[in-house]
Structures are given as C-alpha cells and as structure tokens.
Design a protein around this ligand. Structure first.
Ligand code: PEP
Ligand code: MN
Length: 373
C-alpha cells in the first residue's frame, strides 16, 4: 500500500501484529530487572488471554544519566525463557545496531524504536541499516517532540531497508504543558499520522501518556474510541518497586481489571480475516482448557491416593462448598456467567469423584503387597 504523501510502500501482512482479537495487546515491564520479575509478570499476564505480546525494556534510554539503564544482554536470556514458558511472542526496544544484533540473536519477535530514538535520524538509520534483509515486525514510537514528519521519516527509513511489517505507537508528546499527563496525547496526531501512513497498524501506549495508573483507563478508552488497533500497557509483578516508571505500571491483575473496565470492541465488527484469527484463538484456548483439565484430573488422582491412605471419604462437603464459592466469586469478578460456571464445576466435580473412586477401587481389587512377595 502506498500513500501520496510519503514514499511508503508497505504491506501490513504481519502474522504477529495483526491481532487475534481487537485490539492487539502488548504488555510487560518497562524494564527487565530479574528473571523472577520477568517470569512472574509473564505468568500473571497469560492468565488474561487478551494479552498477545510480552514487552520488556532491555536497554533503557534515560533522559538523565545515572538512572537505571537496563540490564542488557542477560535480559534477552530471561525474555527467551518467558517465551519458552508462556508461548508469548516478545518485543524489545532497539536504539542502535548492537541492540538489533543481540535482539535477533536471542530470537526476539518484534522490535520497537523508542521515542528518544525516533527523534534522531542518524540513530534510526543505524537501526534500519542493521535490519537490512531481516524479516521482522518493527513498531515506531512517535518522537518525543510533536513532529509528525520525524515519525514518518523513521517509518520510511525502515521501509527503505526492506522492513514491511511496520506499526506505529502513539505514546504522547512533550509539550510546554503536559498536565495532567506525563506526555500530552495530542489526539489529533492520530488522524494526521493515519492519513500520512494509511494501512499501518497504530497502537497507543497509554502508560507513557498517562504516567500514572489512575489515568490509564481514560487514556486507553479515548484511544480505543479513536479506533487504534492495539494498546501497549506496562505491567510489573510489583510496580511499586519497579526500577523505572513505577507510578505508571500495573500488576497483571490490575491489567485485567483495566481491560474489563474498557469497551474494547468499540465500533469494531470482525472482518473475515479477523474471524479466522478469532477461530484460531478459540482453538488455542480449547487446547489450553483440555491440557488444564488433564492436569486437574491428575491432581485429583493424587488426592484420591491420599484419601485412600488416610481412609477419608471421597466427598468432602465443606471443601466443595468453599471451592464453589471461590470460583463463583472469581467468575462474577471477571464477568463469566454464574450459571455457566456452576454447570462446568458440577461436571468437573463429578469427573473428579469418578477418578478418585477409580483410585480407591483399584487399590481394593489389586493384590496385596504381601501376596506378591
Ligand atoms: C518504554 O516503552 O519503556 C519507553 C522508554 O518508552 P518511550 O520510548 O515511549 O519513552
Ligand atoms: Mn517505560
């Protein structure tokens, strides 16, 4: 697709950037800090199937020196572990050729150019040159200053290096008065960049616009009303002790609450291609469900063995009552119909009792150890 106003010639046929649901959600910590922090955050995030991509800053471009500047290469190892464990594609910020080389070496799936890099054509060109001949999606954040041409120029440089899977991230601008935001959204720029780079997926990064957790909902909703294709929201297992951007990060549970509060489908009806994506998502979720049911039934079996060894009844009414109350509470919290969840729990419970009966009956009918001797 090309536009009259730029030299872009971009296909947006990216498997990763094209969302499996609308909008595409990228989440993860501002900075990689430790393997535990990364894994715990990612494990929390995959509880919410609306998260598609895991982000983490490995090299942090700080406005002032002496602040936490990122863990570097070791963070890429943690990121690889996150991907292996959760299956989430990963994304990192790159600002020079060395970052690109290391990120590619560790199999990072998506790269993004940060706001402090987009401002500098030399840096963008260095990143573009390092990407020559590489097939990888690249997202470009708007420059810190409200200069749309600079933003577009970065897209063009990457595109001329052969990158066609491009996306934009609107993260707000530094203006003389950003209040109450950290970076002013200047919402009109969304329309401007769209008309200059039509067809390029556009994400919003409410975290860097808001700068504070309590503004995330309003900013995210506004971006969705403007029809953005995705959101990048920073999350951290323990935001209060985060080494960067502590006040704007949310816990994985906080992210779920935020997403629940948003009208995510605003003015979107799935297209035929998106229907295909939605079906693939259903397939993945069903596979997850079956794997989880297998694990659960295996745990039931072990509980059955314990009950047999300790001569306990299979059905423990008190435990079952508590379990149902807990699951119904969670269902109500996340918006799953209560009757539906009760019916599923009943089926699971019946099966679990069946599994435990089998364990006990098998023990009763199997030859005694003495007899084998
Ligand atoms: C970030 O995503 O953590 C970051 C540094 O963002 P930005 O480039 O938008 O300031
Ligand atoms: Mn950040």
């Amino acid at each position: 697709m090309s536009s009259n106003n730029s030299n872009l010639n971009i296909t947006t046929d990216s498997k990763i950037l094209k969302s499996s649901t609308i909008p595409t959600l990228i989440s993860g910590p501002c900075s990689a800090e430790s393997e535990e922090q990364m894994l715990q955050t990612a494990r929390g995030l995959i509880n919410d199937h609306r998260v598609h991509i895991f982000r983490a800053g490995i090299w942090k471009p700080r406005t002032r020196p002496g602040l936490f500047e990122g863990v570097g290469r070791v963070g890429l190892e943690w990121l690889r572990t996150v991907k292996q464990e959760t299956g989430l594609p990963t994304a990192v910020e790159v600002a020079n050729a060395q970052h690109v080389e290391e990120a590619l070496e560790y199999g990072v799936d998506i790269l993004w150019v940060g706001a402090r890099t987009t401002v500098n054509p030399f840096s963008v060109q260095e990143v573009a040159d390092a990407l020559q001949g590489v097939d990888i999606p690249v997202l470009v954040k708007n420059p810190v200053n409200p200069d749309i041409q600079l933003w577009l120029g970065a897209l063009e440089r990457l595109n001329r290096a052969g990158i066609t899977d491009l996306g934009l991230i609107h993260r707000g601008f530094s203006t003389p008065n950003n209040k109450p935001y950290r970076n002013h959204p200047k919402w009109e720029t969304i329309q401007q960049i769209r008309s200059l780079a039509p067809g390029i997926p556009l994400f919003c990064d409410p975290s860097h616009i808001a700068g504070r957790r309590d503004l995330l909902e309003t900013v995210s909703q506004q971006a969705l009303h403007l029809g953005v294709d995705g959101l990048m929201i920073e999350s951290h297992i323990n935001p209060d002790v985060a080494l960067s951007d502590a006040s704007q990060q949310v816990t994985p549970e906080g992210l779920t609450k935020l997403l629940n509060a948003l009208d995510l489908d605003h003015e979107h009806v799935a297209s035929p291609e998106q229907l295909q994506d939605l079906r693939s998502l259903i397939d993945r979720l069903d596979h997850d469900l079956i794997n989880l049911l297998f694990l659960r039934s295996d745990v039931s079996k072990r509980i059955g063995e314990y009950k047999r060894a300790n001569a306990l009844d299979i059905f423990q009414a008190g435990r079952w009552k508590e379990l149902v109350e807990d699951r119904v509470r969670l269902a109500n919290e996340v918006g799953v119909d209560e009757g539906f969840i009760r019916a599923i729990l009943d089926a699971i419970h019946q099966h679990s009792i069946g599994v435990q009966n089998e364990v006990i009956n098998a023990a009763a009918t199997s030859p005694k150890k003495e007899a084998i001797k």
